[in-house]
Ligand binder design. Structure first.
Ligand code: BGC
Length: 287
């Protein structure tokens, strides 16, 4: 298949309308974890452009985080950066205290920080297992707990949103697709799915909505090897019925919608934003 196959077919590139006139999230404050690059960066920008103020959490890349913050605030939103490891309880508690200092409260939490430490199962070290589970699952637990505490304390402000708060867990297609060589990662995302649903069930009576977005293959630094050469891209397309890689902005748009009152009756749901990766593409011709 030639390198330009997908372009030659006239498949359109994904586009993000910048600074939409309608600011659906105006007056709301969001905390996005792991937002100095990739999907977290696109979500922070999309929320900012939809009118939300943003606390942009990141782990280590100061300069990148600063640049993303500039982009978030380009359409008028306020954005502050906050460095913290989401797997550290004290750091998470301090980050939510900062959130209240800066913005008064919290309306939207996006649990995005996540990483991979891949290894064949029998070679996987306990450190590789722990780091992935700690950031991807414990981190989402700690941040969600602080968010729920704040949402319960404050309750619904009808002039701002129908809900007391919204939590969006960034999971993965690997919360249902097993993934050899990535057992720690798949286990963490499977855990995120059940954690999300169980929290959603528990806090729904408080008008707190909890949902997941499960991305498929998205063009970010975490999976460069899967899309950066024509051969790798063609291989990847065998797993994607829609025949294009996801762009981080595809996830940003879904996050804005899930954070807005347009999705007010949705809680405990997982939205797969994956170009059909979860549709068993092997069965397109087999079976
Ligand atoms: C992983 C990527 C992978 C994608 C589809 C994501 O959750 O982080 O590395 O390309 O799933 O397999």
């Amino acid at each position: 298949m030639n390198e330009n196959y997908y372009k030659d077919q006239g498949f359109p590139e994904a586009v993000l309308p910048c600074c939409p006139i309608e600011k659906r999230l105006r007056g709301q404050a969001a905390l996005v974890t792991g937002a100095s690059s990739g999907i977290g960066k696109a979500i922070a920008i999309a929320l900012g452009h939809a009118g939300a103020d943003v606390l942009l959490n990141y782990g280590s890349k100061d300069e990148e985080a600063r640049k993303v913050a500039e982009e978030v605030s380009r359409c008028g939103a306020r954005c502050v950066t906050h460095k913290a490891d989401v797997s550290g309880e004290d750091q998470v508690i301090a980050m939510f205290a900062r959130m209240r200092e800066e913005f008064g409260s919290l309306d939207i939490l996006v649990n995005n920080a996540g990483l991979q430490k891949d290894a064949a199962f029998d070679e996987m070290t306990a450190d590789q297992w722990d780091r992935v589970i700690n950031v991807n699952l414990r981190g989402q637990f700690l941040c969600s707990r602080e968010a729920v505490r704040e949402f319960k304390r404050r309750g619904v402000r009808p002039e701002i949103s129908c809900a007391a708060g919204k939590i969006i867990c960034i999971s993965s297609v690997h919360d249902i697709i097993p993934w050899a060589g990535h057992v720690n990662y798949a286990a963490s995302k499977g855990g995120v799915m059940m954690m999300m649903k169980s929290i959603a069930q528990e806090v729904a009576p408080f008008r707190i909505r909890v949902n997941s977005i499960s991305p498929g293959a998205v063009r970010t630094p975490i999976n460069t090897a899967a899309w950066s050469t024509p051969e790798a891209y063609d291989d990847l397309m065998r797993l994607v019925p829609y025949k294009r890689i996801g762009e981080p902005e595809d996830i940003g748009r879904a996050a804005v919608w899930l954070a807005s009152d347009d999705s007010d009756y949705i809680t405990g749901a997982t939205i797969y934003v994956d170009g059909g990766m979860t549709l068993y593409p092997g069965f397109e011709t087999g079976g």
